[in-house]
Write a protein that binds this ligand. Sequence first.
Ligand code: NAG
Ligand code: NAG
Ligand code: NAG
Length: 261
Amino acid sequence: MVYQMKSKMKLMIRPLLFSLLLYCATQTLGVTIQSVPEFSSEGVIQTELEKTVSLVCLGSETEDDEELVWLRNGAAVSLKEENKNGISRVCVTPVIYEDNGATFTCHLSRNNTVRASVTLNVTYHPQLSGSEEVVVEVEAVLVLQCDIWANPPVSSVSWTLNGSTVDLTAGGFTVTSDGFTSQLSANSVEKSLHEGTYQCIVNSPVYGENSKLFNVTVTEKTMKFPLMPMIAGLVVVCLTALLAVVSRWDKITKCCKLCLK
Ligand SMILES: *[C@@H]1O[C@H](CO)[C@@H](O)[C@H](O)[C@H]1NC(C)=O
Ligand SMILES: *[C@@H]1O[C@H](CO)[C@@H](O)[C@H](O)[C@H]1NC(C)=O
Ligand SMILES: *[C@@H]1O[C@H](CO)[C@@H](O)[C@H](O)[C@H]1NC(C)=O
């Protein structure tokens, strides 16, 4: 609406925009970026997954109808013709993981040293919730995994069994983490040691606590069916039957001829 007005109107409206919407602005030699939400003095916009970030680039008043270019991490953002001259808007919606750390730059089309930039800081918590039923056989390997990927990084990860911290040595457990997942595993499962309710609890300096439950049931070993010997056995049986029929075919036909007579 505001942006579709003619230049003169834009000049009048601009000071209003600045004060009314409490935009924050960075100005470098005639190109100005405004954003919602506003950015910090370091040019960082704080946002979250699924949110929307609106960016507006304004050429300075002397370069009012200058063609503007937007870049995302150095690659040109495609803009409609009517969204290029004097003022240009870019909307990031919904914000995704990959937008974290992305830098948006606006510059004059004719002189790319006349530019301004902002960077997105997308915060998110680990994707943890609910509970999972886990069935594992005696003597098998138990592996439980929790997502711990977050921005800012989580401050702590802990595993509990029936409400108390997992006793790593007593249960022969190992906990490993690669920054994306935390994994609790036990090599040879015993019912008395490993059955119960597990929980991984992750703490974020921004989002607080997130957790996930695992209800682990340990079952008796099932007899593994000896499949290959069985198939071999079946083949032998079939072949024998076939040979038996073939060798008898003579007699059977003869017999039938007798019957027909
Ligand atoms: C681009 O802008 C800068 C800063 O205003 C100026 O020093 C430079 O000469 C300009 N370059 C061109 C090619 O216009
Ligand atoms: C991003 O935001 C988080 C949470 O406010 C903060 O801890 C972190 O330092 C910020 N990162 C950058 C690069 O600004
Ligand atoms: C955890 O609690 C369940 C239910 O009370 C119990 O059957 C199980 O043995 C407990 N597990 C451990 C390792 O103590």
